[in-house]
Design a protein around this ligand. Structure first.
Ligand SMILES: C[S@@+](CC[C@H](N)C(=O)[O-])C[C@H]1O[C@@H](n2cnc3c(N)ncnc32)[C@H](O)[C@@H]1O
Length: 251
């Protein structure tokens, strides 16, 4: 992971700049995120899993924020479903957290901000803390080793039955040359736009890694069109028993 890009604020500067320039705007960013969160919750329901926001006072973690707009949208989504949910917003960089605080997000009920590294969640949160972890587009910025570490930290701090929701662009392992080229074009354009390193990953590798970590999981795409065809939505559940996930799950 190129920590300096996150820690020196360059990524957040570029991300913030992008939101100020049509056609991408905070309103469109909010709409895209709300659509994604709703899609993730439909996947949870379709899988027959209980909503992680169902209990009286769910404990929720947003891992990596990128901007105030991202976190405000997530807080609104969660609190519309359960106003008693406790939401922790964690980022490795101070910049987006300062932006959230400046906009008064931590003054909202049951919201707190914390600077921490996703690779060491267990240093601050006890095992089995969260009902739900959401992270949008974080894994694409993590090296293979860091992906493994962050997934195992998420697994540890989720309660049994807790659910991780996320989404990233992955190529199929057996991609043909033109698909691979298209993926690499998207990858370099994201790196240019946000100044962060993107670590390519196949959906099969992510599927296997989630399974090895212990998660039951489902992956789905919302569309086969344009650049979004690489975007895979993932919901991953920490089993309630010691039984490991099986290979017969949906991908
Ligand atoms: C969540 S991701 C992407 C967010 C946005 N939805 C997007 O698509 O670009 C980027 C955020 O993760 C944060 N981040 C990167 N590495 C991290 C780590 N190891 N621990 C916690 N946050 C991290 C970055 O500072 C940044 O705010």
């Amino acid at each position: 992971m190129t920590e300096s890009v996150f820690l020196n604020g360059t990524y957040h500067q570029m991300f913030g700049d992008e939101l100020q320039h049509p056609p991408y705007t905070p309103a469109l960013h909010r709409k895209n995120l709300l659509d994604s969160y709703a899609f993730s919750f439909k996947m949870i329901q379709a899988r027959g899993w209980e909503s992680p926001l169902h209990c009286l006072e769910p404990n929720v973690l947003q891992l990596g924020t990128a901007s105030y707009h991202t976190s405000k949208t997530f807080v609104d989504f969660v609190h519309a479903l359960n106003p008693r949910a406790q939401i922790s917003i964690v980022d490795i960089a101070p910049h987006p957290l300062t932006e959230c605080a400046d906009q008064g997000l931590d003054q909202e009920n049951n919201v707190n901000l914390r600077q921490a590294d996703a690779r060491t969640l267990l240093a601050i949160y006890p095992k089995d803390t969260f009902d739900h972890i959401e992270t949008d587009g974080l894994f694409q910025f993590l090296s293979a080793d860091d992906k493994r570490i962050v997934l195992s930290q998420c697994f540890a701090v989720l309660k049994p039955g807790g659910v991780l929701t996320t989404r990233d662009r992955f190529t199929p392992r057996n991609a043909d040359v033109s698909t691979q080229n298209e993926y690499e074009t998207w990858q370099s354009s994201l790196e240019r736009r946000l100044w962060a390193t993107v670590y390519p990953s196949t959906k099969e590798d992510m599927w296997d890694l989630l399974g090895k970590t212990g998660f039951s999981r489902t992956m789905a795409r919302r569309t086969m069109q344009n650049a979004l065809k690489f975007l895979n939505h993932i919901v991953a559940r920490k089993p309630t028993s010691k039984l490991r996930s099986t290979s017969t799950e949906n991908r």
